[in-house]
Design a binder for this molecule. Structure first.
Ligand code: F6R
Length: 242
């Protein structure tokens, strides 16, 4: 596992965006999965801005959304879909056929999981997966206690996820379950990057990188990825052993 530490959030975001741009330049039909949330927000903005400015062909890559809040409408500003629509799909004019997002309002969520697993396997797997880390060590909605062998699945949300997740919503949101890619997708991806910024993430980054690998702290799995990388800013790195 590689560790890369950047001065601050803008520098981190520029470098993570560069990972996406370089991959698309090298492999225009790459399969790329991103998390939503505060950490990748600037990465998405920089990626879209650079792609437009540098006239990069973004019409051939496949975009996979990592997860979604079950029962939350796509027009709700706190939904993962809204995040991707606003920051990537609209600015880059991505077509419906190149984008795969969970429909968290579906009556058949198992079918949503099956469709996502199938889409990923038909595309030959994920080339690059960029994920954040939750305050409980989750990746996507792979909550503490999750099986490392899971592909897409629906899960009850951890109390910490429910509490912290309120930050994305105007007013209080009823968050109970999530639908998410599994850690098997992460481990099977050709490259996996965990990103984090700010001092509040320092304790979870320390545990993820220096702790014992355990399903009780799912992000520790990155230590076992053959091509895993942790990209963080100095604040998030501040508690790491020197
Ligand atoms: C969101 C997701 C979550 C977040 C994590 C960190 O799609 O998958 O696992 O990546 O909760 O969230 P932020 O970046 O808001 O601190």
């Amino acid at each position: 596992m590689q560790l890369k530490i950047y001065k601050d959030y803008p520098e981190l975001s520029a470098n993570v965006a560069d990972e996406i741009i370089s991959l698309i330049k090298r492999k225009p039909d790459a399969v790329i999965c991103l998390a939503s949330g505060d950490t990748p927000r600037l990465t998405c903005q920089v990626f879209a801005e650079r792609a437009i400015k540098e006239k990069i062909d973004t019409s051939k890559f496949t975009f996979i959304g990592l997860d979604e809040w079950v029962g939350i409408s796509p027009v709700n500003e706190g939904s993962c879909r809204y995040f991707f629509e606003t920051l990537l799909i609209k600015p880059l004019n991505l077509s419906g056929s190149q984008v795969h997002l969970f429909d968290a309002l579906s009556k058949n969520l198992s079918e949503e999981c099956r469709k996502m697993d199938k889409a990923i396997s038909e595309k030959g797997g994920i080339d690059l997966m960029i994920v954040g880390i939750g305050m409980n060590g989750h990746i996507g909605f792979n909550e503490p206690g999750v099986s490392f062998d899971n592909y897409a699945h629906v899960t009850d949300l951890d109390e910490i996820t429910i509490t912290v997740g309120q930050k994305y919503f105007k007013g209080s949101a009823e968050l109970k379950q999530g639908i998410t890619l599994g850690l098997k997708h992460l481990m099977n991806s050709k490259k996996a990057i965990v990103i984090a910024n700010a001092a509040k993430k320092a304790p979870v980054i320390k545990k993820a990188i220096e702790g014992t690998v355990s399903d009780l702290f799912p992000a520790t799995i990155i230590q076992q990825h053959a091509n895993g990388c942790v990209m963080i800013d100095e604040e998030a790195a501040s508690l790491l052993n020197k």
